[in-house]
Design a protein around this ligand. Structure first.
Ligand code: APR
Ligand code: ZN
Length: 368
């Protein structure tokens, strides 16, 4: 057992706290990773605020990177000292989705049980009680024990904060553009919501060589960051969605070929669909609370051959895509460092959640 400090949630809607937990040794097929950076994603906030019910107590965080510091028996394809980024979806390898190569749609992943492959956890609280590990990786901690398949080796020289972001928001946004939507060169793109996920959609659209890339947020300062990572235009979204649609149509010759919603709110989901021209595609990337329902006019969707796509984790095949995105970053094609705002200690988590709720600043990264 090793003592580790970790951000723990004891109940939905309650402030999280940093606790000292006992972390077991890696067993068969597991590795222990020393965490160097863990991004604060809006999904963590959904969990913290009780919008997504999760088992508790749970060690939070799902966007992390670090180095392997111990390996369990039977692990041959990882070694101590290897820099890794953690995948929050650990493919089971045997369900229908995994067998057909759609690993991002795995339905049997231990990640959904927030535990290791056999359902056990390596984390224990003060009274010896088991503590779940969010998505089987619980990255807001000094160290974590994960299935070896969750620890994806990276090329040397990637800043751990950048690597962490590749583990969630970068793969989600870039993959939504390149893998889910397969945006062709020259197409017009709108991205609604410019957090880590939306800015990554913008970077993906730039790599796809999209024509117009219109970045939309209610916070004006985010538009400048979006421009610095490839947006050609920016729109401040006010309180009237009809006005935003109108302005977007103006900029895109009647509506964007692809509209990415990267917030997870019903009004902006409806705005994305509403803005489409004939043949246009809305790509829903933002995650809503579980019970959300949106509506759209059916006739124009069918009559105009419009499409609505859902994209989870940017259709990531982590073992293939994470090293590829990391290499693109090293080559200067994915300026992930521009998404990073401040680096803070684990104790800063509640303040970080407050800023995220307010839409304030860029991606915050915890450095344990
Ligand atoms: N109109 C325009 N922009 C908005 C609006 C709105 N009505 N509401 C929020 N925004 C902007 C915020 O200002 C912020 O820039 O959306 C952005 C959301 O960014 P983050 O909170 O940083 O969220 P992020 O981590 O990028 O995740 C986005 O994807 O994976 C999901 O669960 C995640 O639902 C979340 C979404
Ligand atoms: Zn995330």
């Amino acid at each position: 057992m090793t003592a580790v400090r970790a951000v723990v949630m004891r109940g939905p809607g309650r402030p999280v706290d940093v606790e000292t937990l006992e972390l077991g040794e890696p067993r068969e097929g597991e590795v222990r990773v020393r965490i160097f950076a863990s991004g604060v994603c809006h999904s963590d906030l959904h969990v913290r605020d009780g919008e997504w019910p999760r088992p508790t107590p749970v060690a939070m965080g799902h966007e992390g990177a670090g180095v392997i510091e111990a390996i369990g028996p039977g692990v041959t394809e990882r070694h101590v000292g290897q820099p890794v980024v953690l995948s929050w979806l650990v493919p089971c390898g045997s369900c229908r989705a995994c067998r057909t190569g759609h690993v991002w749609a795995c339905g049997q992943s231990p990640s959904f049980r927030h535990a290791l492959l056999d359902g056990k956890t390596a984390l224990f609280g003060e009274r010896g009680e088991p503590v779940f590990s969010y998505c089987a990786i619980g990255t807001m901690a000094e160290a974590t024990v994960v299935p070896a398949a969750a620890a994806i080796p990276l090329p040397d020289g990637v800043d751990p904060a950048v690597a962490a972001l590749i583990g969630c928001c970068v793969s989600t946004g870039v993959g939504a553009v390149l893998k889910t939507a397969v945006v062709p060169a020259g197409a017009s793109v709108a991205v609604i919501g410019l957090g880590g996920v939306g800015l990554s959609c913008v970077m993906g659209a730039a790599i796809a060589d999209a024509g117009r890339i219109v970045a939309i947020d209610r916070v004006a300062a985010k538009l400048d960051v979006a421009r610095s990572v490839g947006a050609t235009d920016g729109l401040v979204a006010g309180d009237d969605p009809a006005a935003t649609v109108e302005a977007l149509r103006e900029l895109t010759d009647g509506g964007p070929d692809f509209a990415f919603e990267a917030i997870g709110r019903v009004p902006t989901v409806e705005l994305a669909i509403e803005s489409l021209p004939l043949g246009g595609t809305a790509v829903l990337v933002g995650m809503t609370p579980f019970e959300s329902r949106a509506s759209f006019a059916v006739y124009p969707l069918v009559d105009g051959s419009r499409r609505i796509l859902g994209s989870n984790y940017g259709f990531a095949d982590p073992a293939v895509d994470f090293p590829r995105y990391a290499q693109w970053h090293l080559d200067g094609r994915l300026p992930v460092e521009r998404l990073i705002d401040r680096r803070i200690g684990l104790d800063g988590i509640e303040a970080a959640f407050d800023r995220l709720r307010a839409g304030d600043g860029l991606r915050q990264v915890l450095v344990p």
